[in-house]
Design a protein around this ligand. Structure first.
Ligand code: IVH
Length: 707
């Protein structure tokens, strides 16, 4: 919901935005053709996503722009049909990022804490360049290359076997001994600097478009429909990881990579083993200094815990391993002029300032918006409209304003006045203060809740969005229209729309822009979503602090909406000091902020009403574990108490949850097992009083097969 700061600046801003919108639509159409029809993308997925994101932002601010000419109105761009899909046996995940030296020190400390290593225990960490190419998973069966898949969405990628088989550096048969029966070797496909320059020269002399950078050229080359074309592109490969494997040729990361090399796979010659964070940083600086002469693009350094048993224990958090981190090189910067500061109102009422910039190229991508975070940030950096500012982009993150370039005019410009009223509904916008510290929240919020049209609409848009309930053909523009014409005010209204429309004197099919067919299609799409998986439903409710990952954590822990609701209601009734509160807080990945948000949500009768009305229309289906590992503790409720000797409490919890157990914070008649370490106190007594089975740590580990 972008609104200009003052009504006065609106017409000029709208004009400029319409020009920007027109340019974006043409640009996206151009990239769609290159990607879907010619298989020769020339910008990165992230850059393409940024264009679409900007288009959506513009259309939020100006719903009148979202006509059928806009690519946002086309339902789901067709995935490339020519390549089949391959499901990864073990998901291809990403790495979390470190930017500052402290992040690296913190990474090593976190690993030590998790593994309960003392400062004198040795902890080996490998360091290697982070290749800026595209990741690939190669399946070898009996040593023979049988399949190659791109990363895709991490769970499922494209079958590019025929193309990968044309890459000279990738062996079709692994040589030497000790090759596992089955192994998915993972690594990066890339194009060297010299080959990139030669390819572009050839493209140009053939009258074809040059590629923007080696990564895009590699991606474009791999995704050719005709493998004969891929064969002409000198793609290269580094193996650095693996997925499913029937067995592994070593006990450390370095051992396995050395075996890869023995089998004839190319591995990076610059991988090394370090034992201190200082050594990691020295390596990082040395590689950064050699960056231009390596002969291929890198965007940082990757650190991995060397011992595989440690990797196993550390496991994963969300979508990245705890045992590895990418240390990225400094962000790219550029200078431009700040034209305006817009205020957007989000679904939780947060007023977010957005910098409107004179478009500028930063690291190969045109940037015309940057986040300003909040009003304190604007004050702290003394950012004023008209200033020349330094903009920075790092990886895929939203561009940021680093600082103002001081000029003589800066002092004469007005300081930015952050509005104290919601620019959409005019209600007070306030900064809450923390109950405990009395400190003001950095975010100013519109106080009107669902009465604010911006919030109500954003919540509805969120509810139907792709990663939530995912209703096809019910996009931002339609929600705006249905809301403004009083057809849909709450999520339940979405599901009663067809019935009400059938009885209406002004049915949708009579309205301009709604054909009979499209209305039927929309109603069918809505009906198709009357069964909603728990994690999507939870995410779709738009409860503060409950993003996709947290929704999934909660769904995993409770299994059904009824169970989660019962837990949340008990916490509402019991308050912050209750066992019910602590039980939720104890779930892996859930902290007090989330529990407080759940309490706020379920404690508000209006929300409960909206939820109950919705539940009359839809069925929320229980969580299905994708990684379900059947074990004697699956579905059981367990409580850990006392000091554990062989694993940390966090590790024990993570293990139990991985096996499908629910870890609770307090003992009740519903508890199946209490695992009592040394010095166990009242929980042990309570377990004995209730007749709950008590296990020692060793008995527990034996039960879950970890003894
Ligand atoms: S290890 C569980 N090592 O970076 C993830 N990744 O941001 C294991 N990448 O998707 C990945 N060079 O495509 C690893 N030496 C390297 C890498 C590397 C580039 C890419 C990879 C991954 C992305 C994560």
């Amino acid at each position: 919901m972008a609104k200009s700061k003052t009504p006065k600046s609106k017409p000029a801003a709208a004009d400029a935005e319409l020009r920007e919108w027109t340019r974006l639509v043409a640009e996206i159409a151009h990239h769609d053709t290159l990607y879907y029809q010619q298989d020769a993308p020339e910008i990165s997925d992230a850059a393409y996503d940024a264009l679409r994101k900007r288009l959506i932002e513009l259309e939020r601010a100006h719903p009148e722009f979202a006509t059928s000419a806009s690519p946002t109105q086309r339902v789901g761009a067709a995935p490339i049909a020519a390549f089949g899909k391959i499901r990864h046996d073990v998901a291809m995940l990403s790495l979390s990022n470190a930017f500052a030296d402290e992040d690296v020190v913190e990474f090593a400390e976190r690993v030590r804490r998790f593994l309960m290593l003392s400062q004198t225990d040795e902890l080996e960490i490998t360091a290697e360049p982070k290749i800026d190419g595209l990741s690939i998973s190669l399946r070898f069966e009996g040593g023979v290359l049988t399949q190659a898949a791109t990363r895709g969405d991490g769970a499922e990628g494209e079958n590019v076997t025929a193309n990968v088989k044309t890459i000279a550096e990738i062996p079709h048969r692994l040589k030497g001994g000790g090759v596992p029966e089955i192994i998915d070797v993972r690594g990066e496909i890339y194009l060297g600097h010299k080959d990139f320059a030669a390819l572009n020269a050839a493209q140009e002399s053939a009258g074809e478009k040059a590629f923007a950078n080696p990564r895009n050229a590699a991606a474009g080359s791999l995704r050719q429909l005709d493998p004969a074309i891929t064969a002409k592109r000198p793609l290269r490969f580094f193996a650095y990881a693996w997925g499913a494997a029937s067995n592994l040729p070593g006990e450390t990361q370095a051992d396995v990579v050395a075996a890869f090399a023995d089998w004839g796979l190319p591995v990076n010659p610059d991988m090394t083993i370090c034992t201190t964070p200082g050594a990691l940083l020295t390596y990082y600086r040395a590689i950064d200094a050699r960056r231009a002469t390596l002969g291929y693009d890198i965007d940082g350094v990757v650190y991995k815990v060397n011992r595989l048993d440690y990797q196993q224990r550390l496991g994963f958090v969300s979508r990245s391993p705890r045992w590895a981190i990418a240390h990225k090189f400094a962000a790219e910067q550029a200078t431009t002029i700040l034209r305006a500061i817009d205020i957007q109102v989000g679904r939780t009422g947060a007023l977010t300032p957005v910098a409107k910039l004179e478009p500028v190229t930063v690291g190969g991508v045109v940037v015309s918006n940057a986040t300003l975070h909040n009003e304190d940030e604007i004050k702290r950096k003394d950012i004023r409209v008209g200033d020349t500012v330094v903009v920075q982009r790092a990886g895929d993150v939203i561009p940021q304003i680093v600082r103002v370039v001081e000029d003589d005019e800066h002092a004469k410009r007005d300081a930015f006045q952050f509005p104290h009223e919601c620019p959409v509904c005019g209600s007070h916008a306030v900064r809450d203060s923390d109950e405990d510290t009395g400190e003001g929240d950095v975010v100013r919020r519109c106080t009107a809740g669902l009465i604010c049209p911006a919030q109500a609409k954003e919540r509805l848009k969120h509810f139907v969005s792709r990663n939530a309930v995912d209703i096809d053909g019910l996009g931002a523009e339609k929600i705006e229209f249905f809301f403004d014409t009083n057809r849909i005010k709450t999520p339940a209204d979405i599901y009663t729309l067809a019935d009400r429309d059938a009885r209406s004197t002004e049915p949708l099919s009579d309205l301009k822009g709604f054909g009979q067919k499209s209305v039927e299609k929309l109603f069918a799409a809505i009906d198709a979503r009357r069964k909603i998986p728990l994690e999507r439903f939870l995410f779709g409710l738009g409860i503060r602090h409950i993003g996709e990952t947290t929704a999934k954590d909660l769904a995993k822990a409770y299994g059904s909406l009824a169970a989660l609701r019962a837990a949340a209601s008990a916490a509402v009734a019991g308050g912050r000091d209750s066992d019910a509160y602590r039980d939720i807080d104890n779930i892996e990945g859930i902290g007090e902020t989330v529990v407080d948000a759940l309490i706020d949500f379920f404690g508000e009768p209006h929300n409960v009403e909206i939820l109950d009305a919705l539940l009359k229309e839809v069925e929320v289906t229980p969580f299905v574990r994708a990684d379900a590992v059947e074990s004697p503790v699956t579905g059981k409720t367990v409580v850990f108490t006392g000091t554990l000797m062989r694993v940390t409490r966090n590790e024990a919890k993570a293990q139990a949850e991985r096996l499908g157990a629910k870890v609770a914070g307090s003992v009740s008649a519903k508890t199946d097992y209490v695992i009592a370490g040394s010095d166990a106190g009242s929980k042990l007594n309570k377990a004995q009083a209730l007749g709950v089975t008590v296990l020692t740590e060793d008995e527990w580990l034996a039960m879950i097969g970890q003894a």
